[in-house]
Design a protein around this ligand. Structure first.
Ligand SMILES: NC(=O)c1ccc[n+]([C@@H]2O[C@H](COP(=O)([O-])OP(=O)(O)OC[C@H]3O[C@@H](n4cnc5c(N)ncnc54)[C@H](OP(=O)(O)O)[C@@H]3O)[C@@H](O)[C@H]2O)c1
Length: 347
């Protein structure tokens, strides 16, 4: 039975990859620091948890033991992380490093985390220019893409069978942040209206963890030194995403579509970008990758997980990043906007 080891495997990507590999007959082990993050359904399917800090080489060496047929690293953010991964990749038949579409830069050097939205004149292929490699804080708007590029370079220059996968905005059970929460919570709160800026037109490609998992299966069987984009076969706009969530949850709300990007914080959403950011996934397709489904048929996993989580936990702040989400729920502002529109001031 082939063996897969997933580093940082208790998040959305690790969970989905582990599930797909187990169903395809693999033995799967996932690492993490906290065993309570290991989902019980994965244990039920036969996956094992190995406690290991992703930055402690001795712990990682123990985790990989004599080797693995597939090694997936979901937590490689810097050149230093990549160098730490190298001795493990030497013991693996195929290695996958999860990078990000945040590496892509347009002809002005703008990228998906720039103040100025990037302009790409069509779906982005893997040979699109990237931001330059960099060091410094990887967990910052400017540092994230640059550090990812530096990590990619270390790995690809090794010549080992390492596949760099560049997903876009990931959704799935265990996602951080689970961006669709901005609509799921509205349904749970029985909100009668939804306000979206730019008439909901923002398109920042979605990537189902379940689709990423299918690509990982392909790479597991066909090792190589390469870069592959990964995104859903469709590229829904924010309005499409909102409608899909409402429809899957059986909710109806009045849509208030603003011509402006927002009024204060009213109307903002996580997919806001003045120009579409869409990944070309034909290189993955040429290798035999077939997606598990489009956005509407894959997002249910994350919705179910969020609904279950909200039913179980009185306080969701530990599971969801409160700081990230706080600005998206200005219900008072929305109600005031709507009442001013329905009851314009006299005079
Ligand atoms: N989310 C997106 O939209 C998106 C988009 C593009 C690319 N990516 C890439 O996807 C990867 C993340 O995958 P994911 O979302 O499946 O994983 P994740 O949820 O971010 O993390 C997976 C597990 O790793 C551990 N972990 C998280 N942060 C850590 C840290 N700073 N140091 C050590 N351990 C940490 C946690 O377990 P323990 O705490 O128990 O150790 C966590 O359960 C990253 O490489 C990211 O750049 C994500």
């Amino acid at each position: 039975m082939p063996r897969a080891l997933i580093l940082g495997g208790t998040g959305a990507i690790g969970r989905a990859a582990a599930r797909a590999l187990l169903l395809a007959g693999w033995r799967v082990e996932v690492t993490g620091r906290d065993p309570s993050h290991f989902p019980t359904d994965l244990a039920g399917l036969g996956a094992s948890f190995i406690p290991a800090d992703p930055r402690q080489l001795d712990e990682l060496r123990l985790a990989i033991g004599p080797g693995a047929d597939l090694l997936v690293d979901a937590l490689c953010f810097t050149a230093g992380d990549a160098r730490l991964l190298m001795p493990l990749a030497e013991l693996a038949g195929s290695t996958v490093m999860i990078s990000s579409k945040a590496v892509y830069a347009d002809s002005f050097g703008n990228h998906s985390n720039s103040q100025q939205a990037p302009y790409f004149d069509g779906p982005i292929k893997e040979d699109q220019a990237t931001v330059p490699p960099g060091t410094g804080d990887w967990n910052s708007r400017e540092g994230y893409g640059r550090n990812k590029v530096a990590a990619e370079q270390v790995l690809l220059e090794s010549g080992l069978p390492i596949t760099v996968i560049r997903p876009s905005k990931v959704h799935g059970a265990g996602a951080r942040p689970p961006r669709e929460w901005v609509f799921v919570r509205r349904v749970l709160d029985r909100r009668p209206l939804l306000v979206l800026g730019d008439r909901g037109a923002g398109t920042d490609h979605t990537t189902a963890a379940a689709n990423l998992a299918q690509l990982i299966l392909v790479v597991a069987r066909d090792p190589g030194c390469r870069i592959l984009n990964c995104a859903d076969p469709d590229a829904p706009s924010a309005l499409d995403i909102a409608r899909t969530v409402a429809s899957l949850m059986g909710h109806h709300w009045e849509e208030v579509l603003l011509d402006s990007a927002s009024e204060g914080t009213v109307g903002i959403h996580p997919w806001s970008t003045s120009r579409p950011i869409v990944l070309d996934t034909s290189a993955a397709g040429a290798l035999g990758y077939r997606p598990a489904g489009d956005f509407a048929s894959t997002v249910g996993e994350e919705i179910s997980w969020l609904v279950q989580l909200s039913a179980q936990a009185a306080d969701l702040s530990a599971a969801l990043d409160e700081d990230y989400f706080q600005r998206f729920f200005d219900y008072d502002g929305e109600d005031a906007l709507l009442s001013s529109r329905h009851h314009p001031a006299c005079g």
